[in-house]
Design a protein around this ligand. Structure first.
Ligand code: AMP
Ligand code: GLY
Length: 431
C-alpha cells in the first residue's frame, strides 16, 4: 500500500524514513514535506487546511494509511473527516485531540482520572486572576516570590506558557494573555498552576483506546541555550532512553498516568487513539504530568524511531483498525540515540529564510548518523536552504549515549549555513 504523512517537520521526516523501510509499503507521500522528505519519500503539495483535497488525493493514489504529524490538523478534525470517508488514518479524533488543544480540558481529564498534576485555577478575565494571585501571594514588591505557570488554554505554537518566579512576571503574563490577547482566542481562557521543580521527561505511548504500548522514555531540551537558559523553543534536541526514568518509574507511569488517562478519556465520551505523549516532571514531589500532547514529539520522534526495529506501519495500522492487541511486543535496538537540532539565526524569534545549507552530504557520511530535515526547502536549483526555525535534527545511534552524542556532534560540525547554531550540551544531563 501507499502511505500519506501529513506535516513538514523533523518528526515527519523521521516518520517517512521509518515507514519507507516497511516491506508492506510501496510509496510514501509527505504533504507538504521538506527538502529531506523529498529524498526519502515523495512530496505532495497539498493545502493542510483543505481536508477534502487530501481525502481526494488519498483516494486516487492508493493511500492505505494516513499518518498525521502535527497537532493543528488533529485538533481541527482531520481524522474525523478521513474516517467518515472510510479512509484509515492514524491519530485521535477531534474531541480527543482537545487533550492537547485545551489545557482546561486536559486538567479536567487528569483530575477525573485522579492523575498527579500541578494544582491549578482557570480564568476568563485578568481581574479574577490578579485577585487570586494577590490573595495567595500577598506583597506589593514586584520581586515577591510567585512560583506559578501561566498557560493560555488553546494552541499557541508552544508560546502560550510562561514559567514565573516573581509576582511581576505573573502579572505581565496575565496582562499579555488576558488583556493584550497576544495569543488571540487561544488565551480567551487561561490557567494558572503551581510551578513544579525537577527534571522533565517525555513518555510517549501508542494506544487504540484499549491496549497501551508505552515507548522508551526520552528527554527533550526546550530552552534555547546551553545549560537550559534562554527562551522556550519547540525543542533543541532529545535523546533516548532517558535514564532519569527508571524501570520502576516506567511501570508507575503506566499504572498511574497512562492507563487512568485512557480510561478517563473513554469515560468522558472522547475515546483516544494515536500517540499519547505525557510531558512529565520528576522531582521531590514524585512524578507529575505537566501536559499532554496527542502526537509524536518533535524532536523526540527522531531518536525514538531510530531505535525502533519493528515495522511501524503494522503498529500504526493496528491503531487505525482499533486492534492494537494483535501487535507483538515492539523490538528496540538496545543502543541509545541522540538528536541535536540545528536552528536558524534568531529562532525562536524571527529569522531569515533561504540561506544555503552546506555540508549535508559530508554529515550523512558520518557513521551511525541520519540527518533529519525540519525547516528546509529546495531552492529552484535543487539546493537545500533553511525555511524554518528548527532546520535539521542530526540524529545518531551509538554503543552508549556518549558515542551517540559524539557522532551526532561530529555530523553537526560538518553542516553550516549563515547564522546556523545549536546547543552543545544535548544529552549531557544523562552523562
Ligand atoms: P507545556 O506546553 O505545558 O508543556 O509547557 C511548556 C514547558 O513549560 C514545559 O516543557 C515545562 O518546561 C514548562 N512547564 C509547564 N508547566 C510547568 C509547571 N507546572 N511547572 C514547571 N514548569 C512547567
Ligand atoms: N518536543 C516537544 C513537543 O513536541 O511538543
Amino acid at each position: 500500500m501507499n502511505v500519506l504523512i501529513v506535516g513538514s517537520g523533523g518528526r515527519e521526516h523521521a516518520l517517512a524514513w521509518k515507514i519507507s523501510q516497511s516491506t508492506r509499503v510501496k510509496d510514501v507521500f509527505v504533504a507538504p514535506g521538506n527538502a529531506g522528505t523529498a529524498l526519502d519519500a515523495v512530496n505532495v503539495d497539498l493545502d493542510l487546511d483543505d481536508y477534502a483535497a487530501m481525502v481526494r488525493y488519498a483516494k486516487s493514489n492508493g493511500v492505505g494509511l494516513t499518518v498525521v504529524g502535527p497537532e493543528v490538523p488533529l485538533a481541527n478534525g482531520i481524522v474525523d473527516v478521513f474516517e467518515a470517508e472510510g479512509l484509515k488514518i492514524f491519530g485521535p479524533a477531534k474531541p480527543a485531540a482537545q487533550l492537547e488543544a485545551s489545557k482546561v480540558f486536559c486538567k479536567e481529564i487528569l483530575n477525573a482520572g485522579n492523575i498527579p498534576t500541578a494544582d491549578y485555577w482557570s480564568f476568563r478575565d485578568a481581574d479574577s486572576a490578579i485577585e487570586m494571585i494577590n490573595d495567595r501571594f500577598p506583597g506589593d514588591s514586584p520581586n515577591t516570590a510567585c512560583p506559578v505557570v501561566v498557560k493560555a488554554d488553546g494552541l499557541a505554537a508552544g508560546k502560550g506558557v510562561t514559567v514565573c518566579s516573581k509576582k511581576q512576571e505573573v502579572l505581565e503574563a496575565i496582562e499579555l494573555t488576558a488583556r493584550d490577547k497576544v495569543f488571540g482566542d487561544a488565551g480567551a481562557e487561561f490557567i494558572i498552576e503551581e510551578k513544579l521543580e525537577g527534571q522533565e521527561a517525555s513518555i510517549l505511548a501508542i494506544t487504540d483506546g484499549q491496549t497501551i504500548i508505552p515507548l522508551p522514555a526520552c528527554q527533550d531540551h526546550k530552552p534555547a541555550y546551553d545549560g537550559d537558559t534562554g527562551p522556550n523553543t519547540g525543542g533543541m534536541g532529545a535523546y533516548c532512553p532517558a535514564p532519569l526514568v527508571t524501570e520502576e518509574d516506567m511501570a508507575w507511569v503506566e499504572e498511574h498516568v497512562l492507563v487512568p488517562t485512557v480510561h478517563a478519556l473513554k469515560a468522558n465520551g472522547t475515546p483516544f487513539k494515536g500517540v499519547l505523549y505525557a510531558g512529565l516532571m520528576k522531582g521531590p514531589q514524585g512524578i507529575k504530568v505537566l501536559e499532554y500532547n496527542v502526537r509524536f514529539g518533535d524532536p523526540e520522534c527522531q531518536p525514538l524511531l531510530m531505535r525502533l526495529k519493528s515495522d511501524l506501519v503494522d503498529v500504526l495500522e493496528a491503531v487505525a483498525d482499533g486492534d492494537l492487541a494483535r501487535i507483538d511486543p515492539l523490538e528496540w535496538d538496545t543502543r541509545p540515540t541522540c538528536c541535536v537540532v540545528m536552528a536558524s539565526e534568531g529562532y525562536p524569534g524571527s529569522y531569515e529564510k533561504g540561506r544555503v545549507i552546506h555540508g549535508l552530504d559530508e554529515a550523512s557520511r558520518v557513521e551511525n548518523v541520519k540527518v533529519f530535515h525540519a525547516g528546509t526547502a529546495l531552492d529552484p536549483s535543487g539546493v537545500s536552504v533553511n525555511a524554518g526555525g528548527r532546520v535539521l535534527g542530526v540524529t545518531a545511534i551509538g554503543d552508549d549515549l556518549k558515542a551517540a552524542q559524539n557522532s551526532a556532534y561530529e555530523a553537526v560540525k560538518c553542516i553550516q549555513w549563515q547564522g546556523s547554531w545549536y546547543r552543545t550540551d544535548i544529552a549531557d544531563k544523562a552523562l
